[in-house]
Design a protein around this ligand. Structure first.
Ligand code: EPZ
Length: 427
């Protein structure tokens, strides 16, 4: 098991290359199931979750080929070919390691007429139910059976008729599963109050490139006209707006000035507005977004919300930044019920944070001190690295498997802009 050692105090300056988006890649990969022709995805991030999904696709008989890329390159190209699907079952031992596996349910159902997926279970940030995934598929005409920890979805003979579904709660994953099921349905399907995250737009753009007919892309009302078959495509995964926002916080807490290479400002407006409220300078530049913190950091109040609101995936990282801001900030986490696992660890570094339910009150402090800290989930681990970059002394972050799920070669990227950070074996 590795650990990361960060010695705080260095000002980050320069360009950080942003990788392909994990949360787009994890919904683009299962689209390979929707056709017997090759699907080639470019700019895939090198992440544990992507490796896990590749292994899951192999489990179904999908062939996958990683096209040549040099070790020093960020990202890679993967071609997937689902000519013959030999299994429509996603087993427990794979799903329990990566809950995004649930995203094979819709496309497998659409392609094979049935799909069986182990129930993903909860994780550190909440119990993460999948009831909306199942209700949407039922609205399209699927029959859903729950037994022995698995969910089985079955389409009527001849395939899904399609239908309408109005989401009572905005759900990214349920919207993605519904879209991937509807594109091969026999009729037209409509989704209301669908998620509008840029990763959903990326999915819709890929599906259209494969021959799907989707109206309302980018809005919360989507209409999908089912087609008989989809063809292969070559598609470039969008840049990771959460990775970009995370590195923006890292630069800001050090009083730095960085360019997030490849980031798209129009996909991260809420994060950029939060950074400006905290006192950062934000500028769209050729090839990316520049974020600089030349003056004092100021407290501000933040509330997470479905896109285009402030991403819940940015809450922990912004909280770390606010630990060093002048004044008191109030954060409200409206999406997940337990997404403050980073608070006790930040407090061990001298942060002054109190939580009451889904509200966190952050009183800025002048000094954070390095400590041995434990990562608990992906974004919480990043918040500890961000705090470590500004802390006095050395911070050791353990349980790096959380970080490696969502941040491609994090220490190399931060070294590029002057951070004193290294990954070492954890004796
Ligand atoms: C996606 O998770 C992301 N993961 C999450 O990123 C992200 O935090 C989340 O969307 C919200 O933006 C991937 O894309 C792989 P939801 P997802 O369904 O789809 C409730 C990260 O750090 N809900 O939009 O699981 C749910 O409990 C990860 O990269 C139901 O009640 O999120 C939550 O409270 C963490 N029933 C809310 O909706 C359902 O059937 C939003 O969840 C589904 C969800």
């Amino acid at each position: 098991m590795d650990k990361i050692i960060v010695r705080g105090g260095n000002r980050l300056t320069g360009t950080i290359p942003i990788s392909g988006a994990k949360n787009a890649a994890l919904t683009l990969l299962p689209c390979a199931l929707l056709t017997d022709e090759p699907l080639t995805l470019r700019n895939l991030p090198r992440l544990a979750d992507i490796d896990g999904f590749q292994h899951l696709m192999n489990q179904f008989g999908v062939t996958t080929v990683i096209q040549g890329s040099r070790p020093e390159d960020f990202g890679r190209v993967m071609s997937l070919e689902a000519t013959r699907i030999t299994s429509s079952v996603a087993p427990y031992d794979l799903v329990r390691k990566m809950r995004a596996s649930i995203l094979v349910l819709g496309p497998m159902l659409a392609r094979m007429g049935e799909a069986t997926v182990s129930l993903p279970g909860g994780c550190a940030i909440g119990n993460r139910p999948i009831d909306l995934h199942l209700k949407a598929l039922e609205a399209f005409g699927a029959e859903i059976e729950l037994a022995a920890g698995y969910v089985k979805a079955i389409a009527p003979d001849g395939g899904l008729p399609g239908g309408d579904f109005d989401f009572p709660v905005v759900s990214v994953g349920a919207t993605e599963n519904a879209l991937m099921a509807a594109v091969l349905a026999n009729g037209t399907s409509r989704l209301f109050n669908a998620a509008r995250e840029p990763e959903i737009v990326d999915l819709c753009n890929l599906l259209v490139a494969m021959g799907a007919e989707i109206e309302g892309i980018g809005t919360s009302d989507l209409t999908i006209h089912g087609v008989k078959r989809l063809h292969g495509a070559t598609y470039r995964v969008m840049a990771d707006r959460i990775e970009a926002g995370s590195y923006a916080c890292a630069a800001a807490i050090t009083g730095g000035d960085v360019v997030l290479g490849g980031a798209r400002a129009d996909e991260m407006q809420a994060t950029l507005h939060a950074l400006q409220a905290i006192g950062c300078e934000v500028e769209e530049v050729k090839g990316g977004v520049r974020v600089a913190a030349n003056g004092p950091l100021k407290a501000t109040n933040l509330t997470t919300a479905p896109y285009p609101g402030l991403a819940t995936d940015m809450q922990a990282q912004l909280m770390a930044l606010l630990c060093k801001a002048e004044g008191t900030s109030v954060l409200k986490e409206t999406i997940f019920e337990n997404r403050y696992m980073h608070v006790p660890e930040l407090s061990r570094m001298g942060a002054d944070i109190t939580t009451e339910g889904r509200t966190a009150i952050v009183k800025g402090v002048s000094t954070l001190t390095g400590a041995e800290v434990m990562a608990t989930d992906l974004r919480a681990s990043m918040s500890l690295v961000i705090a470590g970059l500004a802390a006095e002394g050395e911070t050791q972050v353990r349980r790096l498997y959380h970080l490696d799920r969502g941040y491609e070669r994090l220490e190399e990227k931060l070294q590029l802009v002057g951070a004193d950070i290294e990954r070492v074996g954890d004796d």
